[in-house]
Design a protein around this ligand. Structure first.
Ligand SMILES: [Zn+2]
Length: 194
């Protein structure tokens, strides 16, 4: 069974984690009540997410940071891992995350550089790669330097099959698909058996 760590189209036969959180796209107009609502229901979920910062949008940065920190507080309080959405905000996200001790951190849809991948990996953060990875030579290099014990794959909001992502990663890494499956299953079990 393949791990698809982050998908908006859950399919049977795939292993994934359930998440609850407010996306940075929705940062404007968030009330304390919506944070409390997450705090009340998040125990039933595997992780808090997608949360983070997206500086490629026009959404107010202060509002995004406030929302991100509030949800990290919830994660810390409930001892939950987090699934991070990070676009054009790597330094800020890394800086904020350094103040929180969480069971696990997964950067989903990672499209950063190999240097950024190594910095995240040095802190033990997981990196999940999806279809956007293979459109960018820089992100393909990031995939190549990611340690196996921190690796995940995902389909995110696309309707492509997770098999396609494993296939592309297998080609790029020169590692057979069954071996990649084995590695991501081990990683999956590590974060879900905490
Ligand atoms: Zn997503």
């Amino acid at each position: 069974m393949k791990v698809n760590i982050h998908t908006h189209h859950r399919k049977s036969g795939e292993r994934t984690i359930s998440t609850l959180g407010i996306h940075p796209y929705d940062a404007e107009g968030v009330t304390t009540d919506s944070i409390f609502a997450i705090e009340r229901t998040a125990l039933e979920y595997d992780a808090i997410g997608e949360i983070g910062l997206d500086y490629s949008t026009n959404i107010n940065k202060e509002a995004q940071i406030l929302l991100f920190k509030a949800q990290l507080e919830v994660a810390r309080h409930l001892n939950k891992g987090v699934v991070i959405h990070c676009v054009k905000a790597f330094e800020e996200v890394m800086n904020i995350l350094s103040r929180y001790n969480l069971p696990f951190v997964i950067f989903h849809g990672f499209i950063g550089s190999p240097e950024q991948a190594l910095r995240a990996a040095a802190r033990g953060y997981y990196l999940s790669f999806g279809h956007r990875t293979f459109r960018s030579p820089k992100s393909i290099e990031a995939l190549k330097v990611t340690p196996a014990n921190l690796l995940f794959f995902e389909t995110d909001d696309s309707t492509i099959n997770i098999e396609q992502i494993y296939g592309q990663a297998s080609e790029v890494l020169g590692i057979p698909v069954p071996m990649l499956e084995c590695v991501t299953n081990e990683n999956f079990e590590r974060i879900t058996n905490l």
